[in-house]
Design a protein. Structure first.
Lengths: 324, 256
């Protein structure tokens, strides 16, 4: 087909938003390379999901098999390997989700290729940009192999267009991979929620969030005092929760909660992408960090470069004064 | 259980990053290095499994001479022995090339379990463990927070997005990539540091492993990211900056 194959992901019977962003990335690449885009949806009983994609005018392949009803790396890698060998796309575009991270590196290796993971931009060439050093640098990558080039795109990096649906939907075809139950070596259980969510950050208007810069659990009260003075909820980046200094339900980021408050005040958070995806939709972002090159400043509206142990108590006092 | 933990030495988290003259990587001369964080959690999981079930923990790491220091730290924490894949051109190999080195070093050991961190802090590819599993034709699970040994293999707790988790059963031998935060990390004891000096570190060169090293993906150059927003930086003493910020929060953001 020598085109672009975009792999859609479903969660609980619905197409995830990042799949449409992967489609947008695929369409951007298609325009630059004069190639056509085909979508693939993988699972069991995928008729309605395929129809939803085809309604947008994108030719769609249903990769359908009862053994694909639940995600397994063996099942998905095997099925998509067969699909790629049959369709021979030049590019395969995937959403950079936890699921894709679990199988796409193996899928690429089976094709003697390397996945260019977590892509944030595509430039002529094509050159694929991804982040290095926890977001402090960008790396520009090029595929030099002869086989299909696999890329996964970061959530939020490509805007999913709300394009007008054409009057006639695109073609849907079904691809039935050969899968034997014995090939699936892992047995996944049903997803379950972590410990009870007693902190609902999703509805908080004001959030003060603390990161690794706080150094010790004993130092947390100075940030709590700032949150109290502001009337804000206290949240944290992953390392704080990993250390057990705050419970997991305080965590903002890809593995925690996604928030978009009126104010997000980040204290001692450098801004690794796993954190940024959980808060970059906030209306106003303030960052206090000792490192002027911390990635958090790239998305901040206001920034203070300084020692948080001096700045935070001063800010608490200034806020109390301003509120009087 | 015979457990191999693949670990990576990475620049320290707070290291100043400057682009070097080639434009392809960062200036390394003044860098300090440390054990990659999620690899430290993988090592911790391995040590705890050994304490519960017995067996052996072997660390494997690829890189130049300086990697020896990180290997010694892992031995000081309790790993029994190590394999150092001596390799000065790690940066020229892509994820498949590095995984081929690791797989070739791991294979003759016939381990029950291979653990590695979920992703590195420098390149952040998050692929090495999954590719090693594919190359060794072993089942794998990624983003694992907890590992339980069962009669038939393992039950692991996998992290999903947005606060969800999942249990997965898989047979051994297997490969797991470990997410940070599942355990509390131990420190090396003085006794451990002393013992580490006598433990075996087998050095093997990349050439001896004779794997294909031609990359199919190239890092052409690196660059500073462009700013997505125009940030108003508030300067002055901490007190002045704090007062300026309170002013902005009151009159511009209107949250006070």
């Amino acid at each position: 087909m020598s085109g672009i194959l975009v792999i859609f992901e479903q969660r609980g019977g619905r197409i995830s938003r990042i799949s449409w962003e992967a489609l947008a990335a695929g369409q951007k690449l298609a325009t630059a390379q004069s190639l056509t885009v085909t979508a693939a949806i993988i699972g069991s009983d995928t008729e309605s999901l395929a129809a939803e994609i085809a309604a947008k005018g994108v030719a769609t392949i249903r990769v359908d098999h009862p053994l694909l009803a639940q995600y397994t790396s063996d099942g998905f890698t095997g099925a998509l390997h067969q699909l790629i060998q049959s369709e021979t796309p030049t590019y395969v575009v995937l959403p950079h989700t936890y699921q894709v991270r679990d199988y796409a590196p193996a899928l690429a290796a089976r094709l003697n290729q390397v996945l260019i993971s977590d892509v944030v931009d595509i430039a002529p060439g094509p050159v694929f940009t991804r982040q290095l050093m926890q977001g402090r640098l960008n790396g520009n990558y090029r595929a030099t192999g002869t086989g299909p080039c696999l890329i996964s795109v970061q959530a939020g990096a490509f805007r999913a267009e709300s394009a007008e649906s054409p009057t006639t939907p695109a073609e849907i075809k079904t691809f039935t991979p050969t899968i034997d139950a014995a090939q699936i070596r892992t047995k996944p259980g049903e997803p379950f929620r972590g410990s009870s969510q007693s902190v609902d950050l999703g509805s908080a208007q004001l959030i003060v969030s603390v990161g690794r810069g706080i150094k010790e659990a004993e130092n947390l009260p100075i940030v709590q005092e700032l949150a109290t003075a502001l009337g804000a909820e206290l949240a944290a980046s992953r390392p704080i929760c990993d250390n057990g200094w705050l419970s997991m339900d305080h965590q903002v980021g890809s593995s925690g909660q996604t928030v978009s408050p009126k104010l997000y005040l980040a204290v001692g958070i450098s801004g690794a992408i796993q954190h940024l995806v959980g808060m970059k939709g906030s209306q106003c972002i303030v960052a206090i960090n000792k490192d002027p090159d911390a990635p958090i400043f790239e998305i901040a509206d206001y920034g203070i470069v300084g020692d948080l142990f001096e700045v935070v108590p001063a800010l608490t006092a200034a806020i109390k004064a301003a509120k009087q | 259980m015979k457990i191999i933990v693949a670990i990576k030495q990475v620049p320290e988290r707070d290291a100043q990053v400057r682009i070097n003259s080639s434009g392809k990587w960062i200036e390394e001369s003044s860098l300090q290095y440390a054990l990659n964080e999620s690899d430290a959690y993988a090592l911790e999981e391995a040590l705890q499994l050994k304490e519960k079930h017995g067996g052996e923990v072997i660390v494997v790491s690829a890189g130049p001479e300086r990697v020896g220091q990180t290997i010694r730290e892992a031995l000081a924490k309790g790993a029994d022995r190590a394999i150092h894949i001596d390799c000065d051109d790690l940066g020229n190999r892509d994820a498949l090339g590095v995984a081929r080195l690791l797989a070739a070093a791991v294979k003759p050991e016939n381990p029950d379990l291979v653990l590695t961190g979920l992703q590195s802090e420098d390149l952040g590819l998050g692929q090495t463990g999954v590719i090693v599993a594919e190359l060794l034709n072993l089942p794998h699970a990624s983003l694992i927070l907890h590992v339980e040994k069962t009669d038939t293999g393992l039950t692991v707790k996998r992290e999903l997005e947005e606060g969800w988790f999942q249990s997965i059963e898989l047979p051994t031998p297997a490969v797991l990539t470990i997410q940070s935060g599942g355990n509390k990390l131990r420190y090396a004891t003085l006794m451990g540091i002393k013992r580490a000096k006598t433990k075996e570190v087998r050095r093997i060169t990349a050439a001896e492993l004779a794997v294909d090293s031609a990359p199919v993906v190239l890092l052409e150059n690196i660059a500073l990211p462009h700013k997505q927003k125009s940030t108003q930086m508030l300067s002055g003493s901490p007190k002045e900056a704090a007062a300026a910020l309170a002013e902005k929060l009151k009159f511009e953001v209107r949250v006070l």
